[in-house]
Design a protein around this ligand. Structure first.
Ligand code: ZN
Length: 460
């Protein structure tokens, strides 16, 4: 049966809508912790019906009943990407679920490795509610305001799983919510900006990459009528200068939203500019060699998802982001802890002779200067290859349509070289070449330095 016609499911959704969205405002830290403990027990009970977790926990000699709350999570082994791949498809689904109740989604595979997993309708609805929560924070209503969502609607992604293959066929949200415009981030930016211009959204949500692209187009005079009150930027890294550039281009306020396909949304910035954890939906751990880092220090993100009936995500260690937590409170009063900084993926890194690891947050600063200083979009793609500790090569793919527009290719390459040189220091030789093609499915950053032989002194 279509779950959306099931009165129990609808009651569950309405309860969620009224109750779950503002939970972090309603609960204090103690109440939140009690809620998290209950959810952890529920998820472990559910995971005990999933072969992947049954077998992994049995091999590790732990039982799901050993875990009575958040503080016991550390008794459990990490779940890796390979574990999930090895048990896919039947072994990552609960024996209590039919496969036709589930939707398959896959991670985007920016490193060239895509991971398939399953979500159920409740996962999907809660995932969308989490996004609605970020809109609420800025006084936006999905019932009233005009909202443009520029998602990655390629066939395998979480967005297409949630919307195109999830709620749309069951609930027809696209015709029910005429105030929401759904656009595909993979479409031509010129076409996107004219569609947005015609729609007059009060809110735009999208990835940092496409928002930057649109900001450059806006500066050339396109999209003259686009003036949203807020823009929500998804993707882990948005450097402050690029944020300011997008804000100035659209005359608006930009806030960050942080999530991953495996876990759903993890955090978002509140109106006071602090990065809050969606602590009723996920429980993040920030670890260095398995030990929790201190406030402000960078650690590997390990995530536990606290809801859902698809593939359980418990102590999952392969989102591969480096994130620093912040032990502080915000005057907005939301419970659940803060994030100080998201550095980006640790498998998209280059390693410097002094022990520093350069991550996406650093590369983003270099690339975004192309946009806000050179005002050019002509770099279509790049690939960074680190041959050894002292040699870094940058391949640049130029957008043919923009080749003769704005600064020359030689100027752009020199600008990138100088940007990278400043980041990596004088001991490293940087070369920049124009290339004819870059495999967009392959990794964008390749380091031949063996991380296991490298002593990390810090992240940048
Ligand atoms: Zn806040």
């Amino acid at each position: 049966m279509n779950q959306f016609y099931n009165p129990l499911f609808i009651a569950k959704i309405l309860k969620s809508y009224l109750f779950d969205i503002d939970r972090l405002h309603r609960l204090d830290e103690e109440g939140l912790r009690a809620f998290q403990n209950t959810q952890v027990r529920k998820m472990l009970h559910f995971a005990s019906t999933v072969p992947l977790y049954q077998e992994k926990y049995q091999a590790a000699g732990v039982q799901s009943t050993d875990v009575t709350g958040i503080n016991d999570l550390r008794k459990l082994p990490f779940m890796t990407k390979d574990d999930i791949k090895q048990y896919y498809p039947a072994g990552i689904i609960s024996s209590t679920k039919n496969k036709d109740q589930l939707v398959e989604v896959a991670t985007s595979g920016t490193t060239g490795k895509s991971l398939p997993l399953y979500v159920d309708l409740y996962d999907i609805v809660m995932g969308l509610f989490a996004y609605v929560r970020t809109l609420h924070e800025y006084g936006m209503s999905i019932w009233k305001n005009r909202i443009t969502i520029i998602g990655d609607f390629a066939s395998h992604t979480a967005e297409s799983g949630y919307v195109t293959r999830g709620v749309q066929p069951r609930f027809n949200i696209m015709s029910r919510f005429k105030n929401i415009q759904w656009l595909n981030t993979n479409d031509d930016p010129q076409q996107l900006i004219s569609q947005i211009n015609a729609f007059h959204p009060e809110f735009i949500g999208g990835y940092v990459g496409i928002l930057s692209h649109l900001a450059v187009l806006k500066q050339t005079g396109l999209g003259a009528d686009i003036s949203p009150a807020h823009i929500g930027a998804t993707g882990s890294v948005l450097d402050p200068s690029l944020k300011t550039f997008i804000e100035k281009s659209f005359g608006t306020h930009v806030f960050e939203v942080y999530g991953a396909t495996e876990s759903g949304l993890i955090g978002f910035k509140c109106r006071h500019g602090n990065y809050h954890i969606m602590a009723d939906l996920v429980y993040p751990e920030f670890l260095n060699k398995g030990i929790p880092v201190r406030s402000g220090e960078a650690g590997h993100l390990v995530i536990t998802k606290l809801f859902g009936g698809g593939t359980p995500i418990i102590r999952y260690n392969a989102i591969n982001d480096i994130v620093a937590p912040l032990d502080s409170t915000c005057r907005c009063g939301m419970a659940g802890g803060l994030i100080k900084k998201i550095y980006g993926r640790d498998d998209l890194a280059i390693y410097l002779p002094d022990g520093t690891v350069l991550l996406a947050s650093s590369f983003s600063e270099i690339y975004s200067r192309l946009l806000y200083e050179l005002r050019t979009n002509k770099v279509k793609n790049t690939r960074i290859v680190q041959h050894d500790l002292n040699t870094v090569e940058i391949d640049v793919l130029v957008d043919e349509q923009l080749r003769s527009v704005g600064p020359s290719v030689a100027e752009v390459c020199a600008f990138l070289k100088q940007g990278f040189q400043t980041k990596v220091g004088p001991q490293v030789t940087v070369t920049v070449h124009e290339v004819d093609a870059i495999d967009s499915r392959g990794p964008r950053i390749i380091s031949k330095v063996d991380p296991s032989q490298f002593v990390i002194t810090g992240y940048r």
